[in-house]
Design a binder for this molecule. Structure first.
Ligand code: SF4
Length: 559
């Protein structure tokens, strides 16, 4: 077997989700979109390899990573056997001569301010004209360059080339624009063309013609294609091999004919069923995936397709948040929503891997537990079979953060009070400190897991700042009244003396803190006694854990 032209190994591309400062302090700052998550495939020379999947499954991210527009998080990309995973600037410049990208939107890919002839000439001016021996040579003159562009236009069927050279993109049809993009791509004689949905934005009437044209270019220039599409019917027409992608992973891969004749994965089957058949007599009942593609920031555990799979099994990786999704789905019906209101709302449930729990008042625990059992029984199916236990247990006490936070609130009051005594600056900072403190306290009540050491740290810093500014303001006023020069140097020089002379003032602030912590601890204990947790726990798949399930891509559990 010949060496693959392109070898992609365990490629991962994650994007950090931007979060504001406060969101980061409240937790979840390391959220990432798992756009491509462990993708491996290779492409042989002169092969057309298709990447097929729904929008958002990571196809375009792979395309952009291959041409160096996106940096991979991990994995390896070998081109002609050479590692091009993270090329430097010079290597990237050369790589782009060999791997070219055709974009979905030909209009957006062309500059509206540049004639299409100039758009192609510019590429040749930058990279040079391809020569017979594979090198690149600088064009001798502008005439030579224009001739080269004419020749490429002729190749892609833009005839007569002189007629098109000075046209602007908005003077051309969709098909002609896609030919200009193809001209710009093949002008450099690349080895691999990454065609990202090249016909998706074209009218049905010219799609087939453009596809034929791309295949014709392949035959003429011995090209290799990575053909990206969401349409299996198009992939069938052009691809030798196909990989089906779902939520950042390849779920099935094989020769096109085999994939069409004998699809293994339920997702591939669903995609095939979605292809319209232009014959009303051959209409069959379609079994399509349920719901929407899940959020790629928190992809489902186990088999990623399990929340939508029409043939899922209890062992496919069900977890706590699937129960919340069930509640949300049921409550789209107003009847069910009013009957089952006592079990909700869904955002009152907190999922943590295989467990999902909701805190309820002690007097309601039995009612909610019974209702949840009824909901699971009525829903039935693999998810219900994967439920291991539904029970009531003591509510989880907030972790140490809760105690610290309550104490902190009180300490902040202390700081604020001292600020009030000391002067106006302290008053302002004291108020800010109290607001932060109450935010912490509110977060603790909603669930201690949202409070991070960061927010506690911020509160502490603000408290100290409040006390400090209070001190300095008071001191400044005192110096002013006594007729001293109140320069910053004088105030700061006098500060340690004042603090040393009045330890009782600082002690008052922290006494309040201790007092508040004690009161808060008592209140917390009382609250905990009144609250119980209704828990739904899912079975850990045995003997297959979620990891094993997820590894069974083509050999899905059913087959
Ligand atoms: S492992 Fe197979 S049966 Fe289970 S959810 Fe995934 S695709 Fe469906």
């Amino acid at each position: 077997m010949s060496e693959p032209l392109l070898d992609v190994r365990d490629l991962r591309v994650y994007f950090s989700v931007f979060r504001g400062f406060v969101q980061r302090m409240l937790g979840g700052g390391d959220a990432k979109v798992h756009a491509v998550d462990g993708v491996t495939f290779s492409i042989e020379p002169r092969e057309v390899f298709g990447l097929v999947g729904e929008s958002g499954c990571g196809k375009t991210t792979i395309a952009k990573t291959l041409v160096g527009l996106v940096r991979p998080t991990s994995g390896e990309i070998l081109f002609h056997g050479k590692d091009v995973t993270r090329p430097n600037k010079r290597a990237l410049f050369r790589l782009r001569e060999e791997i070219q990208l055709i974009y979905q939107d030909a209009h957006a890919a062309l500059s509206p301010a540049m004639s299409v002839g100039e758009a192609v000439a510019d590429v040749l001016r930058t990279h040079g004209l391809p020569s017979e021996d594979g090198d690149r040579v600088r064009p001798e003159s502008e005439e030579a360059l224009r001739d080269a562009v004419y020749s490429v236009f002729d190749d892609v069927g833009l005839r007569p080339p002189g007629f098109f050279y000075d046209k602007y993109p908005d003077q051309l049809s969709g098909g002609q624009k896609q030919r200009v993009v193809a001209a710009r791509v093949i002008a450099l004689r690349p080895h691999l063309i990454v065609a990202d949905e090249p016909v998706a934005m074209l009218d049905m009437s010219i799609r087939a013609r453009i596809l034929e044209f791309l295949m014709d270019l392949k035959a003429r220039y011995q090209l290799t294609y990575l053909f990206i599409t969401h349409d299996l019917a198009t992939a069938k027409f052009v691809c030798d091999r196909i990989a089906i992608m779902y939520l950042g992973r390849i779920v099935e891969m094989g020769p096109s004919r085999t994939i069409y004749a004998d699809p293994k994965h339920p997702y591939t089957r669903a995609l095939l069923q979605a292809i319209p058949i232009p014959n009303p007599e051959r209409r069959t009942k379609k079994v399509l995936p349920r719901g929407e593609v899940p959020n790629a920031v928190w992809p489902p555990a186990g088999c990623r397709f399990h929340p939508r799979c029409p043939v899922a099994l209890p062992t496919c990786g069900w977890e706590g948040r699937d129960f919340i999704a069930l509640l949300e789905e049921r409550w789209l019906s107003s009847d069910l929503a009013s009957r089952e209101a006592a079990a909700g709302p869904p955002d009152a449930w907190k999922a943590n891997e295989l467990v999902v729990r909701r805190d309820v008042a002690r007097e309601n625990e039995k009612g909610v537990e019974g209702l949840v059992k009824e909901i699971v029984k009525e829903a039935g199916g693999p998810m219900a079979q994967a439920v291991y236990d539904i029970r009531v247990e003591d509510a989880q006490p907030p972790d140490w953060v809760a105690g610290v936070s309550y104490g902190l609130v009180a300490a902040l009051f202390g700081g604020a009070l001292w600020g009030l005594i000391a002067g106006f600056g302290g008053y302002v900072f004291g108020i800010v400190a109290v607001v932060i403190g109450w935010t912490v306290a509110a977060a603790v009540r909603r669930g201690a897991e949202r409070v991070t050491p960061g927010i506690v740290g911020l509160g502490v810093v603000l408290t100290l700042l409040g006390v400090f500014v209070g001190d300095v303001t008071g001191l400044t006023i005192a110096l002013w009244r006594l007729g001293f020069d109140i320069s910053i140097v004088n105030v700061l020089a006098a500060y340690p003396i004042i603090v040393a002379a009045s330890p009782g003032q600082a002690a008052i602030a922290y006494l309040f803190g201790l007092l508040g912590a004690a009161v808060a601890a008592r209140r917390l204990r009382r609250e905990m006694k009144e609250v119980r947790s209704v828990v739904v726990e899912f079975r850990r798949p045995d003997p297959l854990g979620p990891k094993e399930v997820e590894d069974r891509t083509v050999e899905c559990l059913l087959y």
